[in-house]
Design a protein around this ligand. Structure first.
Ligand code: ADP
Ligand code: MG
Length: 237
């Protein structure tokens, strides 16, 4: 509707796709767990950033999407907040957590940052995370997953190593995040990413990029039938 159009124009958001929900103006409008709202407040996040305003409600209703917004625009929380919210609602009735989401990022450093952010948002909630990256012993990473986690944050290569050597139940995974998908493509990680995607059963796919790329759009379109495209502000060149 027209109000949504005006709001998007004001926020410099453009969208493509069927039924993309209106941007949210506050975290508290989303029916999140009180503790999640508290964790956002404690982190100093008073208001969602524009990319969060648009991507969070779309992710919450299960849309698969390609989100492009410049570095530093708050993309991490725009996928982590819906994941934490979803997992917390699901884990409410059980102590045993099963992996619900995988976040793939191109480097160990990025994975560490994403996991830290996830821990911050999930503090005091039934939401455990595992980090699967090179440089640390695989045994510890495997043990952590076997103890029950909701989110796995991984580099593609290391996750594949782990999946080849060990039987990890992936049936429960409903969301796959591909962070810095432009970088993944540039570094030649696409085959590994696709291998992981194919091991899952029709997950919601959330792809994030800081740059506009035809190649990335083609890849995204090939993975997902009804792709929502969100572009916020001026992307990196
Ligand atoms: P991107 O992935 O788009 O490059 P990040 O997710 O790393 O950006 O976020 C950039 C910075 O903004 C981080 O330091 C993060 O803590 C901060 N941030 C994220 N969301 C908010 C918010 N809603 N309010 C204030 N700061 C935020
Ligand atoms: Mg990022």
């Amino acid at each position: 509707n027209q109000q949504t159009e005006l709001l998007r124009r004001k926020l410099d958001i453009s969208v493509k796709g069927n039924f993309v929900p209106a941007p949210i103006l506050s975290f508290s409008s989303c029916n999140f767990h009180q503790k999640l709202l508290q964790n956002l407040e404690d982190a100093g996040y008073e208001m969602p950033t524009p990319v969060q305003m648009q991507a969070i409600p779309a992710a919450l209703i299960g849309q698969s999407m390609l989100v492009t917004a410049e570095t530093g625009s708050g993309k991490t929380c725009s996928f982590l907040v819906p994941i934490v919210s979803y997992c917390v609602k699901l884990n409410n009735n059980s102590n045993q957590q099963k992996p619900q989401a995988i976040v793939l990022a191109p480097t160990r450093e990025l994975c560490i940052q994403v996991e830290e952010q996830a821990k911050l948002l999930g503090k005091g909630l039934p939401f455990k995370t595992a980090l699967v990256v090179g440089g640390d012993a695989m045994a510890g990473q495997l043990y952590r997953i076997q103890q029950g986690v909701s989110l796995i944050v991984a580099t593609p290569g290391r996750l594949i190593d782990l999946l080849i050597k060990h039987d990890i139940e992936l049936d429960s995974i409903s969301t796959l995040v591909i962070d810095e998908v432009d970088c993944m493509v540039q570094r030649g990680f696409l085959d590994q990413v696709m291998q992981i995607f194919r091991a899952l059963s029709q997950p919601q796919v959330l792809m994030y990029s800081a740059t506009i790329s035809r190649e990335v759009e083609r890849v995204a379109g090939s993975m997902v039938k009804d792709l929502t495209i969100i572009l916020v502000g001026k992307p990196n060149k």
